[in-house]
Design a protein. Structure first.
Length: 383
């Protein structure tokens, strides 16, 4: 944790000079509707991160203004303007979906307000639109699907059918998958961003007779898609592979329909890392025994990342290099990138840059429990 935090401390820029007696953060995420399963975990991870520093980020009393963006672009833009112009926050944190992040991004960075994403990592910000005021404690949007594409390529799977929602992250995920999967595609379908009924698409999928399906559907979309896939009788006919679809936010609702699915992830919940174990125990103790998801793990370090905002208040600092290009993107201080099966486990932390050189990160759900994904293996093997 100290090494990771030290690297980030060196990268964070100055914030506008203000009275150095307190810190105000603006948090937004989707806290209502089907996607709230993601937003609630991001919020609770943020609260846990604050609790771990006694609500004093960088030694300053810290206030967090929590808002629901309702998964609507216009609401997110309105909230960003409120945080900057009315609340005069020192940083904006949280966020659930890439299209909302992209919508508020110009306004936030042009105001020279620090913006820290705890979940989305759109490709545009990693490239030409990168700003010294933007940081991420999560992943690049195409990382997990790159791992799945590499896995299916190595396994020799042909005739894959792809489905994803038609928005920034959906496009990034599919691009990442195809970057490493070079086999034949049976189809590539983009559905509505808020679509919850997939019967028509599943009928088209069945008619295409693919050998495998790769799907990306986060939150409530993933719950509906996986359950409808099983109800259509496809689960036992065509293997389903996913990224960002089955995790601890969606698994309780998906239940037994998740058994047998293969997914990619960047966090190993079974890691013996002491910080990982503490994080899970503390999260469950403060959320009615709800197991944390991967997005929750990314919000907790967001609070650590805002420490330099507190330390730089009232004095000038040198601007850092572009955040996404300059830092080595790891699985963070308590996360491990892993491959999971049902029986044995080992864990290993890796940087995303190594994914293309090693076997991909996957998790295999074979437990008869509808509330936990069990056991892990290293990246080097899938058993």
């Amino acid at each position: 944790m100290k090494t990771w935090l030290a690297a980030l401390l060196a990268a964070v820029a100055s914030v506008p000079a203000m009275a150095a007696d307190k810190l105000t953060l603006g948090f937004m995420s989707v806290l209502s509707g089907p996607a709230a399963v993601i937003g609630n975990d991001i919020r609770d991870g943020m609260r846990l991160g604050l609790a771990h520093v006694n609500n004093r980020v960088g030694g300053l009393p810290t206030t967090v203004l929590v808002e629901d963006d309702r998964q609507k672009v216009e609401v997110a833009v309105e909230l960003a303007n409120k945080f900057i112009k009315q609340d005069h926050v020192d940083a904006i944190i949280g966020l659930s979906f890439s299209n909302l992040l992209l919508a508020i991004y110009p306004t936030v960075v042009e105001s020279q307000t620090v913006l820290i994403s705890s979940n989305p990592g759109p490709s545009q910000i990693a490239g030409k639109d990168c700003s010294k005021y933007f940081f991420s404690t999560s992943w690049q949007g195409d990382n997990w699907s790159e791992a799945m594409g590499a896995y299916l390529q190595k396994a020799g799977v042909q005739n894959v059918y792809i489905l994803a929602p038609n928005y920034a992250a959906g496009r990034d995920v599919v691009t990442g998958f195809k970057r490493f999967y070079k086999g034949k595609l049976a189809g590539e379908v983009y559905t509505g961003f808020t679509q919850l009924d997939f019967q028509a698409e599943l009928a088209q999928l069945r008619a295409a007779k693919p050998s495998a399906v790769f799907a990306f559907y986060p939150g409530g979309l993933g719950i509906n898609f996986v359950k409808q896939y099983a109800q259509a009788g496809l689960k036992d006919q065509i293997p389903l592979y996913t990224s960002y679809t089955v995790d601890y936010t969606t698994l309780p609702a998906i239940g037994e329909d998740a058994v047998g699915l293969l997914r990619t992830s960047s966090w190993d919940p079974d890691s013996a890392n002491p910080v990982n174990k503490r994080f899970i125990a503390d999260f469950e103790a403060n959320s009615d025994a709800r197991h944390p998801s991967t997005p929750a793990t990314r919000t907790t370090p967001s609070c650590c990342l805002t420490r330099p905002c507190a330390r730089s208040k009232g004095r000038s600092r040198t601007s850092p290099p572009c955040s996404r290009r300059s830092r080595k993107r790891t699985s963070h201080h308590f996360a491990a990138t892993s491959v999971s099966t049902a029986t044995t486990f080992r864990s290993s932390t890796t940087t995303s840059g190594e994914w293309s050189k090693r076997a991909p990160s996957c998790a295999f759900v074979r437990s008869k429990s509808s509330s936990r994904i069990t056991a892990t293996l290293t990246l080097s093997s899938v058993r």
